[in-house]
Write a protein that binds this ligand. Structure first.
Ligand code: RIB
Ligand code: CA
Length: 308
């Protein structure tokens, strides 16, 4: 059976890295479009180029927007991922460079080249995707699936009280995507927390005798230590969970379809507001993943590291 054709919009980032590894193991990755988010665009781009080199792939990397569409960028997530976004290991940068084509333009071109088959997996602030939508509102008609890691469907955010990082970093971009995309498959932060992975399990995976496991061990060490020091019960792997949904749609055992809006102002800026009782007239725009098969999720992560 033909592997799914996946375009990943990403801000590597440690959890992005594992998601990208999963995609290269189980799918045909047609490109990585890079956003600013976890750390600045120069780092997220360099990290993507390094990861593709470690994988031994020829996946093209396209640099995107260095800032959110409108507002000044809020705090990044360097405190989670390291100042360079990859655990500050001082790795030797890849000799490769990004393509000359900007990310938004690459998204549109690849949507034509793989029309009807392309699966876009959005693991970062939605800046690039929003820009692509503004350039060509017909983009969704050529894309088979859009899977988004983002939001906190009951308001338990991770970057503010009610906002999850990817949405909170560029709420205007998220508003554009959620307003104009017919249906988004949404893997939110609260799902991620429900499907955390034991630290011992991850420690076992990264001890696998495989260069990719050793690379991920190094870049994730700071993030794993930070999570444990903060007393988190398990490691939250947000992007890998969204990627698992993209790779194996039936891994989602329970979903609900509702309208999701993005709050742009006030205390709740960046929140994902779900019409759980379908009270409003707005169309359903999101299939919210409520539960996944944990064993299959962990197996996909392990196999990406050569550990399963
Ligand atoms: O809130 C988690 C999301 O924000 C993940 O995509 C992580 O990589 C960060 O970008
Ligand atoms: Ca990310």
């Amino acid at each position: 059976m033909e592997k799914p054709k996946i375009l990943i919009d990403t801000d590597p980032g440690v959890d992005d890295a594992l998601a990208i590894l999963m995609a290269h193991r189980h799918a045909d990755v047609v490109g990585l479009t890079i956003a600013a988010g976890n750390v600045g665009l120069a780092h997220t781009t360099a990290n993507a180029l390094k990861l593709v080199e470690v994988i031994g792939a020829s996946t093209p990397v396209f640099a995107g927007c260095a800032t959110p569409l409108v507002a000044q960028p809020p705090e990044d997530a360097a405190f989670v991922h390291g100042l360079d976004g990859f655990g500050d290991t001082g790795y030797t940068h890849s000799a490769r460079s990004t393509e000359n084509e900007p990310a938004a333009q690459a998204i549109l071109r690849l949507s034509h080249e793989h029309a009807g088959k392309l699966v876009i997996v959005a693991l970062a602030p939605l800046t690039n995707l929003a820009l692509a939508l503004r350039l060509d509102p017909e983009l969704p008609s050529r894309v088979a699936r859009l899977v988004v890691m983002g939001g906190a469907v009951n308001g338990r955010g991770n970057t503010t009280v009610s906002a999850e990082f990817n949405i909170g970093f560029d709420p205007e971009a998220a508003h554009i995507v959620f307003s104009e995309w017919p249906q988004i498959e949404l893997a939110d932060w609260e799902l991620t927390v429900r499907h955390g992975i034991d630290f011992d399990t991850v420690a076992r995976w990264v001890r696998a005798d495989h260069p990719i496991a050793r690379f991920f061990d190094a870049i994730s060490r700071k993030t794993r230590a930070w999570s444990q020091e903060r007393g988190r019960p398990q490691l939250a792997l947000a992007d890998p969970l969204a990627m698992a949904v993209a790779l194996q749609p039936d891994i989602a055992r329970h979903t609900q379809e509702h309208h999701v809006a993005i709050a742009l102002d006030g205390l709740a800026r960046g929140a994902t507001i779900v019409d759980w009782d379908d009270r409003g007239d707005a169309r359903t725009n999101a299939r919210i993943v409520m539960d996944v098969d944990q064993a299959r999720f962990e197996a996909l992560c392990a196999s990406a590291l050569g550990a399963g």
